[in-house]
Design a protein around this ligand. Structure first.
Ligand SMILES: *[C@@H]1O[C@H](CO)[C@@H](O)[C@H](O)[C@H]1NC(C)=O
Ligand SMILES: *[C@@H]1O[C@H](CO)[C@@H](O)[C@H](O)[C@H]1NC(C)=O
Ligand SMILES: *[C@@H]1O[C@H](CO)[C@@H](O)[C@H](O)[C@H]1NC(C)=O
Ligand SMILES: *[C@@H]1O[C@H](CO)[C@@H](O)[C@H](O)[C@H]1NC(C)=O
Ligand SMILES: *[C@@H]1O[C@H](CO)[C@@H](O)[C@H](O)[C@H]1NC(C)=O
Ligand SMILES: *[C@@H]1O[C@H](CO)[C@@H](O)[C@H](O)[C@H]1NC(C)=O
Ligand SMILES: *[C@@H]1O[C@H](CO)[C@@H](O)[C@H](O)[C@H]1NC(C)=O
Ligand SMILES: *[C@@H]1O[C@H](CO)[C@@H](O)[C@H](O)[C@H]1NC(C)=O
Ligand SMILES: *[C@@H]1O[C@H](CO)[C@@H](O)[C@H](O)[C@H]1NC(C)=O
Ligand SMILES: *[C@@H]1O[C@H](CO)[C@@H](O)[C@H](O)[C@H]1NC(C)=O
Ligand SMILES: *[C@@H]1O[C@H](CO)[C@@H](O)[C@H](O)[C@H]1NC(C)=O
Length: 464
């Protein structure tokens, strides 16, 4: 154990040096660490309202070898050309037939890293780059939420050389082709995770996925990143979809893995930076009722919805960031009675983000101030804000209106012209008082009463 700590610390020190120097770990150091670092595989069995296990697998927007897009200038279709490329793939269609296609699911910005970052911490922090970003330890993530009820979690990153490895990349050691990359690893970006030696060792490679599967020691929450070949980044959607079908089809036959499980198959972002950033997403797994297999769900979701859905499912608090107001997966909303929002995407700009401390001026403006989360409100999940967030940020005003179902910043005129209204008829638990309209132009620091009233009506409905 002691040597593992020492190794991780050494790795962390080296990783830190990379910020300034972009030096890589020497292969001998990696081999030494890999020999002594023991992966951590906690287990738990906490029942959820709609599922007992939540996994996400992210493929990548294609960087080269992409199928040619549709001719620009055509209405609508061209806006979603990456989505349509994916939807047209026969292996994706096979996967879709096994579950529910989420036709209105959006990434949050560009390039890759801020999307992975947001899916763990509920914020982009203005990140507009794939740098060696480190998020300070006073920022909480989804794993802090899971830890409040002892719900086991882990990550499986293909070809991560050892559990908790913090280097910038680990390339194929023969060809030096891209293989594992830090920018596609959400939890590794957070000091609140990696500075805790036990937590860091819950970030593992694919070999450990199969070890945990065979030992029936898989966690209840996991994030899965295939390498740069399999995730389509350095190949193409045909290749990535074929990999995903092959990977999933083994698991779909595994009773232990499928037991009340939901797997979200999605992408980090769309390809075309000036478009809407809609991404093709599918829910599969044993928790999907048979009659919904092969169907579509047009509810507006973003990567923030995954945090909110996990919270609603297991009765967990919110991070008080954009997960607070995010729509929750309809299969969970149907159980809690929460009424999701319809978001009018006409003016929605999820292709870039607001200013922040992680911006380097590529697409967002640098601002030294770390965004302050909300410390009060029920949020869409209905269970308020995480204790440590309340304590850390007590008596400070939230930077944004995190109760909004889409990210908005009035100071930088970001999504201020977007409106959202409560969905009218999708939930049988809808009541007239749960209706409401949200406009992005509302004061950034005010939580609109309609959202909070809606949430409490929904919670009340659930309690009775
Ligand atoms: C959180 O940490 C950052 C970076 O160290 C610091 O700038 C900020 O003031 C801290 N926030 C609080 C509320 O302690
Ligand atoms: C990271 O990638 C670069 C090439 O982009 C390569 O030279 C270096 O050896 C890689 N580092 C590791 C640890 O694989
Ligand atoms: C990515 O992983 C696959 C195995 O899943 C392997 O065949 C491929 O060579 C890896 N890519 C690189 C660049 O090493
Ligand atoms: C490290 O993380 C583990 C598991 O999440 C937790 O039980 C432990 O309290 C953490 N340790 C510290 C010092 O925060
Ligand atoms: C997709 O990528 C694979 C692997 O790199 C390659 O063999 C195949 O020719 C590519 N297909 C297209 C249509 O580019
Ligand atoms: C599924 O989980 C339940 C507990 O939630 C357990 O009783 C059952 O044995 C599990 N089934 C399989 C096939 O693992
Ligand atoms: C986002 O989309 C808008 C509208 O198409 C465009 O003006 C802007 O340049 C895009 N931002 C980026 C970073 O591409
Ligand atoms: C979006 O970018 C493409 C190139 O990727 C360009 O052809 C098109 O004109 C751009 N559209 C807008 C509205 O900026
Ligand atoms: C949610 O409930 C509605 C209304 O009963 C139903 O049409 C829909 O299929 C349900 N969705 C899921 C994912 O359970
Ligand atoms: C609505 O809420 C009740 C609890 O009051 C719950 O039992 C019921 O399953 C919910 N309705 C739907 C369609 O899920
Ligand atoms: C939002 O609307 C206002 C008023 O019509 C306009 O001045 C502003 O430019 C719009 N902002 C964006 C980002 O479109």
């Amino acid at each position: 154990m002691k040597s593992a700590v020492a190794t991780l610390l050494a790795a962390a020190v080296l990783a830190r040096a990379e910020v300034a120097t972009t030096l890589e770990l020497a292969p001998a150091q990696v081999t030494a660490a890999a020999a002594t670092t023991k992966p951590e595989s906690p287990v738990s069995n906490i029942k959820g309202l709609a599922f007992d296990r939540f996994y996400q697998v992210w493929l990548e927007n294609i960087v080269r070898g992409r199928l040619p897009g549709l001719v620009s200038g055509l209405p609508l279709l061209t806006c979603f050309q990456n989505y349509d490329d994916v939807a047209a793939d026969s292996n994706m269609q096979w996967l879709a037939s096994k579950g529910i296609v989420l036709t209105n699911f959006y990434a949050l910005t560009h390039p890759s890293e801020p999307n992975y970052c947001a899916a763990a911490g509920g914020d982009t922090f203005g990140m507009d780059n794939d740098n060696f970003n480190q998020i300070p330890a006073n920022v909480s993530t989804v794993v802090d939420l899971l830890d409040t009820k002892g719900i086991s979690w882990g990550e499986y990153q293909e070809h991560l050389p050892y559990a908790g490895f913090q280097g910038y990349n680990y390339s194929n050691q023969e060809t030096y082709a891209n293989d594992y990359v830090r920018k596609h690893n959400p939890l590794i970006l957070y000091d609140s995770v990696v500075k805790n030696e036990t937590r860091a060792r819950q970030i593992k490679g694919f070999d450990e996925f199969y070890t945990d599967l065979n030992n029936k020691k898989l966690p209840q929450w996991a994030f899965i990143t295939p390498n740069m070949t399999n995730d389509a980044h350095d190949t193409n959607i045909t290749f990535g979809a074929k990999w995903e079908r092959s990977w999933m089809s083994t698991l779909l036959k595994n009773d232990y893995f499928m037991n009340n499980t939901v797997v979200l198959l999605t992408f980090d972002e769309d390809k075309t930076y000036n478009k809407t950033n809609r991404i093709f997403s599918i829910l599969v797994g044993g928790a999907i009722p048979d009659h919904l297999k092969g169907t579509k769900d047009d509810t507006f979701y973003t990567h923030y919805s995954t945090i909110a859905s996990v919270s609603a499912n297991w009765g967990l608090p919110s991070l008080g960031r954009w997960d607070c107001g995010a729509n929750i997966l309809q299969m969970v909303a149907n159980k809690t009675g929460y009424v999701n929002y319809d978001v009018d995407i006409t003016n929605l700009r999820l292709n870039e983000t607001y200013p922040g401390p992680m911006a380097d001026g590529h697409y967002a403006k640098y601002s030294p101030v770390w965004p302050i989360p909300a410390t009060e409100g029920k949020c869409s999940a209905g269970h308020g804000i995480l204790d440590i967030v309340e304590k850390t940020y007590a008596h400070t005003k939230p930077t944004y209106n995190y109760a909004s179902p889409f990210p908005v910043d009035s100071k930088s005129d970001y999504n201020t012209n977007v409106t959202a209204t409560r969905k009218s008829s999708t939930s049988t638990n809808t009541t007239s008082s749960a209706s409401g309209t949200y406009t992005g132009a509302a004061n950034a620091a005010t939580i609109p009463s309609s959202i909070m009233a809606g949430a409490s009506v929904a919670l009340f409905a659930y309690l009775i």
